[in-house]
Design a protein around this ligand. Structure first.
Ligand code: PMV
Length: 359
């Protein structure tokens, strides 16, 4: 019994924010200066699949990412916050037939864990993999330890200590991360579902991989420089985002793509404006990214309505939100202006197989 290996396998999707998280209020708890809202891309193949195992025969905590072991993981603050945070909420594992305790809460505490995680998409694609990764880690540990929350959203508060945006990947559909801060321990900085995945099934995400290079400035470093130097960021967090959260939540509930798309584009632009306002400035978008912005505005002007909305995270890749009925038209437009393999300039930035993946 003592050497048994207990395991659970869970997957979590990546998410792409419409209202961006940028700036930490408290670095210890990893909490944000403003609320944010994202769409979980849970119907596509941008996921992390994670197996968490525990056994009294393991001599230390270990982690493998895409088959390679990550060394010295047991001292990583993010990893420890997730493993220790979920294990503290462990419950006894009971044999359903005999009602006997197979593993007690105290037994779990004496075991080390082995974690194996892989992404169903290339990590090099420059797409947020940490959100899916930490969400899958927390979800797998929750299942392994039979963990129970002591307040609603507690698991999301643990996931955000792995990576802020990971808290939003614990739910499907449209998810808000409430900044919190009224409580000293930041237990009110949690994610909650605004609408589930069945609410607005016509929504589509089209991802344009502009560059698969690793980003130059990590989000943690970028945020810290922005918080310290950008007055625009402070203004945005206090005066702009609260209004936009209300606008977007209303738009989602009413399935109003025009309002949803407009505020999504404006918020992406303001996030990148705060990056430019950071000193020294941070450039995540490149010339190709900016040409996508122009193309989408021209498209919407031609259509006389908002049919597509762009958003960019901490990198040059575009995520386009659109509706089912416009996907073919939008992809035709993308392929017209970014014809894969037709000239060197485009080829440098856009590879044919990764040009446009409908999510
Ligand atoms: O969760 P982090 O620390 O990787 O930060 C994510 C930051 C953005 O992707 C740019 C915005 C967001 O809200 O996801």
């Amino acid at each position: 019994k003592s050497a048994a290996i207990h395991s659970a396998t869970v997957s979590a999707p990546t998410n792409i924010a419409c209202i961006k998280y940028w700036g930490k209020a408290n670095t210890h708890y990893n909490t944000p200066i403003n609320s944010s809202l994202s769409v979980s891309l849970d119907q596509c193949d941008l996921r992390a699949v994670t197996t968490a195992s525990a056994s009294s025969s393991f001599d230390r905590d270990r982690l493998w990412l895409n088959g390679s072991e990550v060394l010295d993981v047991s001292t990583s603050k993010r990893f420890r916050a997730c493993v220790d945070g979920v294990r503290a909420l462990a419950t006894d594992k009971i044999d359903p037939n005999t009602n006997q305790v197979l593993v007690s809460k105290a037994d779990w505490e004496g075991m080390h864990v082995h974690i194996a995680s892989y992404n169903t998409f290339p990590t090099a694609a420059g797409l947020a993999s940490s959100a899916a990764g930490y969400a899958a880690l927390v979800a797998a540990l929750v299942q392994l330890f039979g963990a129970k929350e002591s307040y609603p959203g507690e698991f999301t508060a643990i996931a955000r200590q792995g990576s802020g945006s990971a808290c939003r990947s614990l739910y499907g559909g449209f998810v808000a991360w409430r900044a919190g801060g009224a409580k000293a321990d930041w237990s009110d900085s949690i994610a909650e579902q605004v609408a589930d995945e069945s609410h607005w099934p016509e929504i589509r995400a089209v991802i344009l991989v502009v560059s698969d290079a690793k980003k130059e400035t990590s989000s943690t470093d970028g945020m810290s420089t922005s918080v310290n130097t950008s007055e625009l960021l402070a203004f945005r967090a206090k005066e702009v985002v609260p209004k936009r959260m209300q606008i977007i939540e209303k738009a989602i509930k009413a399935k109003d793509f025009d309002a949803f798309g407009k505020v999504t584009m404006m918020d992406s632009n303001q996030f990148h404006a705060t990056c430019l306002d950071t000193y020294p400035p941070i450039f995540y978008m490149n010339d190709v990214s900016r040409s996508v912005v122009q193309m989408i505005h021209k498209y919407n002007e031609w259509a006389g309505e908002i049919r597509a909305a762009y958003t960019f995270d901490a990198g040059p890749n575009a995520v386009l939100y659109t509706l089912d009925k416009h996907v073919v038209e939008l992809l035709a437009l993308v392929l017209k202006y970014y014809p894969a393999k037709s000239n060197d300039f485009v080829e440098e930035y856009v590879s044919s197989e990764s040009l446009a993946k409908e999510a």
